[in-house]
Design a binder for this molecule. Structure first.
Ligand code: F6R
Length: 609
């Protein structure tokens, strides 16, 4: 979750590191810090709160050295104050850390017994002490690292800078990401590609147990035994412009608006526009292999879990394959029955979510084939999966997932159609009709984006409700859950999502005139049932904000506010209904002056369990 960046090269390290931290701030923003060489001295500056306070603190400092490291923190151990901020410097060593050292209590006790002076409450500082201990015994930094790694349990990416060797950066990892960018006579080491693409698109992905030791711009790689290894260099195609706000007020707003293009890009690679068939060319599973699967297990967290829940409706109805969905943090701990005839599908925007990755490894160990639905190419999940469908939504920076979420749904729908062809549960004509329906999505989403102005104007009135209940049936039920999550995340208002028919089994007690009910009621086979549920809520004074298909006068008459989505195939409705739901959260958050892209307590890319 924390962001890490380190630099050696001809540019001003302070500038490069602060710019990298700005791009990584979405990973955590409780405190920030840098350790940068000034001549031969490593100077450390740290600050609680967001990056701006660190920038202010060091704005007049000039550093004359070639290298430095920086960190933006999402606190796990120890309050987000200055003493717990990274880097942690002990003697000549300064480190930044992302992850959790699970055996930190034992390490801490031992170090205290040995007389170590600890200056923070973090697990991270302990790693610096362990390295210093090894160095005092005569090890160089590489040897010290090789001796420390076996002492650490947990997930971590650690970047080390050493006062005795100002031209050297060292990094190692287990479980959380660490990338090495190899530029022209410069090296950038970071937890995320966003901090590197400004300098180079040539990236080496460090695997668990590997170490990079970079002297000047010469990066060398070692395995856990200290043996030199060669690594592939990947050229990535994301650009810095893709990660800019491009005139929008927030990344979330920009990403909501990017959805027509994101959905188009997700489909473009996988659809034969002539035959209107789904062609998952790079899936990595043959038709024969697909026919061997008699069940699908989907695993994800948060919004990605909602996308997976939504996909169940299509995988089962179109491809007639039983489908189970689990929250990644629950799955491994309920002794699940794993059968090799199950296709194991992970859904993740970042490809780094610790719980999802752990499930992937758990299932892979049991011999299951893993299909990854992922947005970030070469991420840990992408690299470890056997097969893949990319969502191609481009970088998602806003902590609140928007374009990646709708792209996940469409990618899973393409999978359902692909399986339907392989299993012959739909004929060619049926498939091409549905594909044509999906291809209309980008222009239909554009129409939904027109509600933006209405939400902007209505935000002040909507902000007065004491709570928000989201209702949906069928594939719209996961969108009700998603709507409530979006609202909670960035407005901090109370919101819950329910299957419409479930309301009368308890939650309807919450309904009164101060409660807003966002009812998703498109013209589909469940329309009449939805209308009955809306009547039940109305009878108890609930204020209805309805999302329906085109000019639905009946629904309009039942509602305080009515928002139309275009007439579409029913597969498109969950995606179309997501747009007003996202806009509602966005404008309410702006109205309430919330930090939309950096909501409190959250971080993008949850790399701790
Ligand atoms: C909510 C949100 C999170 C993520 C979840 C999984 O807006 O973004 O709930 O969906 O943390 O992240 P990924 O998809 O990166 O695995």
């Amino acid at each position: 979750m924390c962001g890490i960046v380190g630099y050696w090269g001809p540019n001003e390290p302070k500038k490069v590191i602060l710019s990298g931290l700005r791009r990584l701030e979405y990973r955590g923003y409780d405190s920030t810090g840098v350790a940068i060489f000034d001549q031969k001295e490593l100077k450390v500056f740290r600050s609680p709160g967001k990056l701006v306070s660190l920038e202010e603190k060091i704005k007049n400092n000039h550093f004359s050295g070639p290298a430095g490291i920086g960190h933006t923190r999402w606190a796990t151990h120890g309050e987000p104050n200055e003493k717990n901020a990274h880097p942690h410097k002990v003697d000549s060593i300064a480190i930044v850390h992302n992850g959790i050292i699970e055996n930190y209590v034992q390490i801490r006790q031992k170090l205290i017994q040995e007389g170590a002076k600890l200056s923070s409450d973090t697990d991270s500082e302990l790693v610096a002490h362990l390295l210093v201990k090894e160095i005092k015994k005569g090890s160089d930094i590489l040897k010290a690292t090789l001796n420390v790694i076996p002492q650490l349990h947990g997930a971590y990416s650690i970047l080390v800078i050493n006062e005795k060797e100002p031209d050297t950066l060292l990094a190692f990892k287990n479980g959380t990401p660490m990338l090495v960018g190899l530029g022209q006579k410069e090296v950038v080491i970071a937890s995320d590609v966003q901090a590197i693409i400004e300098h180079t698109n040539k990236i080496v992905y460090l695997e668990d147990g590997e170490i990079v030791l970079s002297h000047k711009s010469d990066a060398q790689f070692f395995d856990i035994k200290g043996k030199k290894i060669s690594k592939d260099i990947h050229e990535i195609n994301w650009t810095t412009a893709m990660a800019e706000k491009a005139g929008f007020n927030h990344f979330m707003e920009k990403e909501i608006y990017e959805q027509p293009r994101a959905l188009g890009q997700t489909m473009a690679e996988h659809i034969d526009h002539k035959t209107k068939h789904v062609v998952l060319k790079n899936l990595g599973l043959t038709d024969a292999e697909l026919l061997n699967f008699n069940r699908i297990q989907l695993i994800a967290c948060g919004s990605a879990w909602h996308a997976a829940l939504c996909a169940k409706y299509f995988l089962e109805s179109l491809a007639k394959i039983p489908c189970d969905i689990d929250i990644a943090s629950e799955f491994r701990y309920r002794s699940p029955i794993l059968e090799k005839t199950t296709l194991f599908v992970t859904v993740s925007q970042s490809g780094e979510t610790a719980d999802t990755l752990a499930c992937l490894r758990f299932a892979k160990k049991a011999g299951l084939k893993i299909l990854s639905i992922c947005n970030v190419q070469h991420s840990s999940i992408d690299r470890e999966a056997n097969a893949r469908i990319y969502t191609n939504a481009g970088p998602e920076i806003g902590v609140c997932s928007t374009k990646a979420f709708t792209a996940q749904i469409v990618a899973l729908q393409l999978l359902a159609l692909h399986l339907a062809r392989v299993k012959n549960t739909l004929n060619g004509e049926q498939i091409s009709d549905l594909v044509s329906g999906l291809l209309a999505l980008p222009s239909q989403v554009e129409v939904c984006l027109n509600h933006d102005k209405w939400f902007k104007d209505a935000a002040q009135t909507l902000a007065k409700y004491k709570g928000f209940l989201y209702l949906g049936r069928g594939a719209l039920y996961p969108i009700a859950l998603e709507g409530a999550l979006k609202l909670k995340e960035i407005t901090y208002l109370h919101a819950e999502g329910f299957a419409s028919g479930e309301l009368k089994h308890g939650p309807i007690a919450l309904v009164d005139k101060d409660m807003a009910i966002i009812a998703m009621c498109p013209k589909d086979e469940l329309y009449e049932k939805n209308i009955s549920n809306i009547e039940e809520v109305r009878a108890r004074g609930g204020q209805i904000i309805a999302i329906g298909t085109e000019a639905d006068e009946h629904l309009k008459n039942l509602s305080q506010y009515y928002l139309a989505i275009p007439k579409a195939i029913s597969m498109a409705n969950p995606i179309l209904a997501s747009i007003p739901v996202q806009l509602l959260s966005y404008h309410l958050a702006c109205e309430l002056n919330r930090d939309v892209d950096k909501p409190r307590n959250l971080a993008k890319s949850v790399t701790v369990e």
